[in-house]
Design a protein around this ligand. Sequence first.
Ligand code: IMP
Ligand code: MG
Length: 186
Amino acid sequence: MSTSEVERGVGEILIEEDRLQERIRELGREVSEDYEGRELLLVGVLKGAVFFMADLMRSLAVPCEIDFMAISSYGAATDSSGVVRILKDLDINIEGRHVLVVEDIIDSGLTLSYLLRNLESREPASLEICALLTKPERREIEVPVRYVGFEIPNRFVIGYGLDFAERYRNLPYVGVLHPDLMPEGA
Ligand code: IMP
Ligand code: MG
């Protein structure tokens, strides 16, 4: 099989497409059981969570809506500074709603920690987090994550929504960025 232009950015595949999709179906079943009899609002964090959210939502058996937020953390391409700015806020008022924040990856935890405090102040009926990936070694601040897809080692990953300088989101699997492309000091 020939290597596509996109795949040349991949050092190795960390989570194959099949495993990814199987785990997302499991998460969907778990979330559906936990929220039985309730209506769910999925809040996706743009842009990385879009792919995960689309698949997760299709495996949910409870009535649900979606909305999105865009936040930017000022910082280098592969690092999070913890200073967060809202670029796009929710369209929906979440007061009294059951909110599940959907994230691609939790690294330091700083972004989500800020987001949680912000959303909490809007008085949702409940507020939980579902993250596809987490890098526990990198955590600087504890975030209460209810659902996790995979714990991964401290590597910079791309694919299935995750980018390096906005590229590689279209890979159907999660891979490690090729060492030749990794910026100095990252
Ligand atoms: P945190 O605030 O350090 O938890 O950063 C979380 C955000 O950093 C994620 O939503 C991603 O956008 C980005 N990020 C962290 N680690 C990676 C990675 O390995 N690949 C791609 N993006 C990442
Ligand atoms: Mg990102």
